[in-house]
Design a protein around this ligand. Structure first.
Ligand SMILES: [Zn+2]
Length: 292
């Protein structure tokens, strides 16, 4: 799919779950993320295959180690790969994909959704880097840079020749998810860093493709206002760690439709109403630990 941005950038949507990207440069065809399973990665590969002309070779990038971004890796580097290609990711992404925590996540999701993840094996990136990396595709340059906060291993990608940003999960509609109270400042710094690039186009893994760069500013504003609300609440005696069964949205009187732009025809799905409550808890905890 391409809706008006540079024709070398294609979005591949995995239902309404996640977006991956195919970038066609003079030298390389680059898959940004490998979706959720070998089956979905195979679909992605089928979209990319016709672009492998004029001597171009295929490479893949993992933006981070969350399941919906890299559980298709085995198609390209597993025991029985369909095609051997380099998979680039940070050292931390590789460490996460080797960790017991991710093995546990896979086992739990295989039980929770039979048939969807049965064939998944966790395959780390085959070429790792620390923070930043540049890929010279000939006509386009991919600048991979660290944008932690959502997850510590997260990277985003900027393509200066066409001023296009692939934010990954570091920005999202209606808001991105911080990993913990301690990583909230990282998430907000990453948003500011992406905003400072002033991208003409921004594409996200979890936002409508036509959203544009304005989401970056909206995400910054979301956390700024959330911090202000939580500082007020803490000043009024609300605890930094409310009881588990407490309705934190009511506690700080900040429902989701006040915090983010309202949807036109529908309400936000439970994933985001619950997610908003989770971000409030993280912010209360962070503000309580960081008084002015
Ligand atoms: Zn993620």
């Amino acid at each position: 799919m391409n809706e008006g941005w540079d024709e070398r950038i294609n979005v591949v949507q995995c239902s309404d779950l996640v977006n991956s990207f195919i970038i066609t440069t003079q030298r390389y065809v680059i898959l940004v993320d490998t979706l959720i399973s070998p089956e979905t990665a195979s679909e992605l590969f089928n979209f990319a295959r016709p672009k492998l002309t004029d001597g171009r070779s295929l490479i893949a990038i993992n933006t981070h180690a969350d399941w919906d971004h890299c559980w298709g890796n085995q198609l390209f580097a597993g025991v029985w790969p369909v095609i051997h290609i380099p998979i680039l990711g940070t050292r931390l992404t590789a460490e996460r994909l080797r960790s017991d925590a991710e093995k546990k996540t896979l086992a739990e999701m295989q039980i929770a959704q039979p048939g969807v993840f049965d064939k998944v094996t966790l395959i780390p990136p085959t070429i790792t880097f620390e923070h930043d990396l540049s890929i010279d595709g000939g006509d386009l340059t991919l600048k991979l840079f660290s944008t932690p906060g959502h997850q510590p291993d997260h990277i985003s990608i900027f393509i200066p020749e066409i001023s296009l940003l692939l934010a990954g999960d570091a920005a999202e509609f209606p808001f991105p998810f911080a990993h913990s109270a301690q990583t909230l400042p990282d998430l907000r710094t990453s948003l500011t860093r992406m905003l400072a690039l002033n991208p003409a186009y921004t594409l996200y893994c979890h936002a409508p493709v036509a959203s544009g760069s304005k989401i970056l500013q909206e995400n910054v504003t979301y956390f700024d206002q959330l911090e202000a609300r939580c500082r007020e609440a803490i000043a009024q005696g609300i605890p930094g760690k409310p009881a588990e069964d407490a309705d934190v949205v009511k506690l700080i009187d900040y429902p989701l439709d006040k915090a983010v732009p309202p949807l036109q025809w529908e309400s936000y799905p439970p994933f985001y109403t619950n997610g908003h409550a989770a971000q409030i808890r993280l912010m209360l905890e962070w503000v309580a630990a960081n008084p002015r």
